[in-house]
Design a protein around this ligand. Structure first.
Ligand SMILES: Cc1cc2nc3c(=O)[nH]c(=O)nc-3n(C[C@H](O)[C@H](O)[C@H](O)COP(=O)(O)OP(=O)(O)OC[C@H]3O[C@@H](n4cnc5c(N)ncnc54)[C@H](O)[C@@H]3O)c2cc1C
Length: 497
């Protein structure tokens, strides 16, 4: 079969790798000039990632690359990031001397850190919490994440897995589960803030989302030498070596249909390419509007709640990254409940935001010229359904971020800035992302698993979806899995007589 994959982001690359040895003829059509999509880089003197920075579950990259017949370690050097994070707790603008915790994926090292900062009881609670997370992951990953669903009722099968999730308090509130282990407010934050990656308040998310904390804080965080874009480049190399064709600068304008099947794709310049199966990974629903203009946007996308967005500040500096920090640092703002209400319910900026600051030059100094550094700062902000007027607010948000970076000691002085890029929700919208968020539809329970827009399009027999708008969802591990799940569907189609 001729399989056309739309998009060379991580989802499209994963589908390409998993199909590379299937005997089908695979071509990837990518609008931009190279692989990576959101996992991209602002090039130049400084190699600065402008998308994901926290790389977890590298075995999923390995799995895709080996499906294409290559070895990941031959293509990219992965460096273990330890500590996975350093967390800083604020009382307004200053950080008290005892207010920082290093999060180690190594259980013993983390136990010692917790014992030092919060005492023996909390350290023992941590061991019980890790055991809980491991069980949750064992049930959840194969049965609810790495799985194709054919109907919402399939969530109940296998019944054993569903009841295990119930027993593991997967349907209790995440903050209650985490609080049942830890008395220390700082530890409660460290092991629940990850709900925000799924577009949810840690105070409202379900216990099933604790698996995200397992993926980063327990299974660990990695960094590819040369920057995050090395991951898509490695996957592209593996897919190409196995015969996958890539056409860059090829925007798919339309999906061409006959009845309930897609006959092929129309590229810019009105070039038509026939395909037996199409896997589309572009962000929905803006892609649907453009490529299927006579179709109604599926209700699961039209009425969905979208995740908050991100304000990104990317700096190349004339000074080295300060060694008092880790590669990844989370500066928690003082308010907690109030912050999530502002961000997720009122559509406002957080008064005292929690910010992720990554300093990749601490791990890989060659990303910047000798003696210089990179600062990547990400503030969660409302998406464009919120109340922020970005045209008038972006300057203020930028200045406030610079003030914070200085107050925290990440940046000595604005005069140390050699290059600066900011990206806000209007920029994400320009890049084709609905409601100006790169994090798509949120992971509320009824927008997850079999309730999320399915990867087999119900309207067309040979149209599949992968990427953050479909199952299993947002983030590198999820979109890599989505590519694999779409590839499985193609292989099942190919097996039909
Ligand atoms: C700022 C930021 C921080 C993040 N942080 C993390 C993190 O730390 N850890 C983590 O795990 N995840 C993180 N994520 C999420 C993760 O990066 C994404 O979920 C993932 O990269 C999305 O991959 P994708 O392949 O689904 O989509 P994309 O990367 O968007 O790929 C889609 C591709 O399709 C192409 N395309 C679109 N329309 C067309 C068309 N009409 N024709 C042809 N090609 C087209 C696009 O150019 C793009 O290359 C972050 C994302 C962002 C933006």
């Amino acid at each position: 079969m001729r399989v056309a994959i739309i998009g060379a982001g991580l989802a499209g690359l994963s589908a390409a790798c998993h199909l590379a040895k299937s005997g089908h003829q695979i071509t990837v059509y990518e609008a931009s000039g190279g692989p990576g999509g959101r996992a991209g880089t602002v090039g130049g003197e400084y190699v600065i990632d402008d998308g994901p920075t926290v790389l977890t579950m590298v075995e999923l990259v390995e799995e895709a690359v080996s499906a294409a017949g290559s070895r990941l370690s031959d293509l990219v050097e992965l460096i273990r990031v330890d500590p996975a994070y350093k967390a800083f707790f604020s009382d307004g603008k200053t950080f008290d001397g005892d207010g920082r915790i290093s999060v180690h994926a190594d259980t013993e090292a983390m136990r010692d850190e917790i014992k030092r900062l919060a005492g023996e009881n909390e350290a023992d609670a941590y061991l019980r919490f890790v055991a809980h997370l491991a069980k949750l992951y064992e049930v959840e990953f194969p049965n609810f994440i790495d799985r194709n669903f054919n109907s919402p009722l399939s969530v109940l099968r296998p019944a054993g897995a569903f009841y295990s999730l119930l027993r593991l308090k997967g349907f209790n509130r995440l903050d209650q589960v985490v609080s049942s282990y830890f008395q220390d407010q700082r530890l409660r934050r460290i092991f629940s803030f990850q709900a925000l990656y799924a577009g949810l308040s840690p105070l409202k998310a379900l216990g099933i989302y604790a698996v995200i904390a397992y993926m980063d804080s327990v299974k660990g965080v990695w960094f590819p030498r040369g920057g995050m874009n090395r991951i898509p480049l490695a996957m592209e190399t593996a897919a190409k070596a196995a015969g996958v064709r890539f056409e860059y600068g090829s925007r798919v304008e339309r999906l061409v249909r006959t009845g309930n099947a897609v006959r092929g794709i129309e590229l810019s310049g009105r070039r038509f390419v026939e395909a037996d199966v199409v896997i589309a990974t572009a962000d929905r629903p803006l892609f649907d509007q453009a490529a299927l203009p006579n179709e109604r946007i599926p209700a699961r996308l039209r009425y969905a709640e979208y995740s908050p967005s991100a304000f990104l500040m990317l700096l190349g500096t004339n000074e080295p990254s300060p060694s008092a920090f880790a590669h990844h640092n989370i500066f928690f703002g003082a308010p907690w409940k109030e912050s999530f209400e502002a961000l997720l319910e009122r559509g406002q900026l957080m008064r005292d935001p929690s910010v992720l600051v990554s300093l990749p030059t601490l791990t890989d100094p060659a990303l910047a010229p000798p003696g210089k550094g990179i600062v990547y700062a990400l503030e969660p902000v409302p998406n464009l359904s919120g109340k922020v007027d970005w045209l008038s607010e972006r300057e203020r948000v930028r200045n406030a971020m610079l003030d914070r970076l200085q107050a925290w000691g990440v940046l000595s002085d604005p005069s140390a800035i050699a290059s600066e890029t900011t990206i806000d929700p209007l920029d994400w919208l320009d890049r084709g992302m609905a409601l100006g968020t790169p994090f798509s539809v949120s992971h509320r329970f009824f927008q997850s698993g079999p309730f999320r827009a399915p990867n087999q399009d119900p309207r067309f027999s040979n149209l599949l979806w992968a990427g953050s708008s479909t199952v299993p969802g947002v983030g590198i591990p999820m979109v890599l899995t989505s590519g694999k799940l779409a590839a499985k569907r193609v292989m099942a189609m190919g097996a039909r007589p």
